[in-house]
Design a protein around this ligand. Structure first.
Ligand code: NDP
Length: 318
């Protein structure tokens, strides 16, 4: 096992991690960034990103991530492959293990491990997700591409209701598939969906297959789990809104997490409650989940880490 001392460790390589790296590198904190299992994060599975400010013509998700990485490297961020397997935040220096081969001793740690959208796992869903043919887990990101078209959305929680409502303002028709005979969402969110004319809610309905022409989604075959009846719904977009899983398992027991695994930060800050450990991006955000909000909180985390380091130095001098 090799040991290494690091001033500022950034875990994760989405917009939050790279933005934290840009700020930390420019503040001479010599950041080291571990990319994790999905370098570039969730945006690498997105096609066109049209809502990231500064790109009036749009940019693809993978391209945006390459540019963010290059910007972080330009100021000297040490970007490495590898993933964190264990942490210990009990000492004055925070210990982080990389694949049980390297033990890092860090003055500050910025957690930017993000979240992963949950999918149904159907082969047809995965096929059109990977090919960018009409499957999405983010209505705010991709809804615009389905203006005046008919779409289907799966889920019955607050996210599904919020996204169905968002889509209803863009699309001709939204069909919402609810697997039980009731919503999980809060009453107010459910009422909003029920009161929207162009949203049709199908209860007791599960997805059997996402249909397509090999390139693009053309519809969805669904089954009523009460009657056994199947039917095909024409649609050009298939939205999955069945929840997200924050990538925070390794922090369990080491930092405050809420009941669904999101890291609890002090509101309006990147602070986690452990001195010198900061969080940014979707690992602490189940509400906004946008690249630009992740980038914004990445900036906050780096600024707070820098202030923390300065205060520790002043303390040591005094
Ligand atoms: P939830 O876990 O609350 O809801 C997930 C939904 O997806 C449930 O209705 C569930 O069905 C359904 N589902 C899960 N797996 C499948 C499947 N395989 N097939 C079909 N349906 C499936 O996740 P959300 O992302 O909606 O919300 C997460 C948290 O974030 C919640 O606490 C929520 O309140 C909060 N939130 C708050 C918002 C706000 O206040 N504005 C906005 C968005 C989220 P079932 O009900 O049958 O289990």
């Amino acid at each position: 096992m090799t040991n290494e001392r690091i001033t500022c460790l950034i875990i994760g390589s989405g917009p939050a991690g790279y933005t934290a790296a840009i700020y930390a590198a420019r503040a001479n904190m010599n950041p080291v960034l571990y990319q994790g299992t999905q370098p570039g994060g969730q945006l690498t599975t997105t096609n066109d990103v049209e809502n990231f400010p500064g790109f009036p013509g749009g940019i693809t998700g993978p391209e945006l991530m390459v540019q963010l990485q290059q910007q972080a490297e330009r100021f000297g961020t040490d970007i490495r492959n590898g993933w964190v397997t264990r942490v210990d935040f009990t000492g004055p220096l925070h210990k982080v293990w990389i694949e049980e081969e390297t033990e890092l001793h860090c003055d500050t740690v910025i957690i930017a491990t993000g979240a992963s959208a949950k999918y149904l796992g159907l082969p047809s869903e995965q096929k059109y997700l990977e090919s960018g043919g009409g499957v999405s887990a983010c209505a705010v990101c991709d809804g615009f591409f389905y203006r005046n078209q008919e779409v289907v959305i799966v889920g019955a929680g607050d996210s599904a209701c919020e996204e169905a409502h968002y889509l209803s303002k863009l699309c001709k028709k939204v069909t919402m598939l609810v697997r039980r005979n009731e919503f999980r969402a809060s009453i107010i969110m459910e009422a909003r969906v029920r009161n929207t004319k162009n949203i049709e809610i199908l209860f007791n309905t599960e997805t059997e297959e996402v249909l397509g022409d090999g390139q693009l989604v053309t519809g969805v075959r669904v089954k009523n789990n009460d009657t056994g009846e199947t039917r095909e719904i024409p649609a050009t977009g298939f939205f999955v809104a069945i929840g997200h899983k924050p990538n925070t398992d390794i922090f369990k027991g080491h930092i405050r997490l809420n009941e669904t695994g999101y890291i609890i930060n002090t509101p309006g800050t990147a602070q986690t409650g452990v001195e010198g450990v900061f969080v940014c991006g979707d690992a602490a955000d189940h509400v906004y989940r946008q690249a630009i909000t992740a980038a914004g909180t990445g900036c906050m985390a780096a600024l707070e880490a820098e202030r923390y380091l300065s205060s520790v130095e002043v303390h040591a001098m005094g």
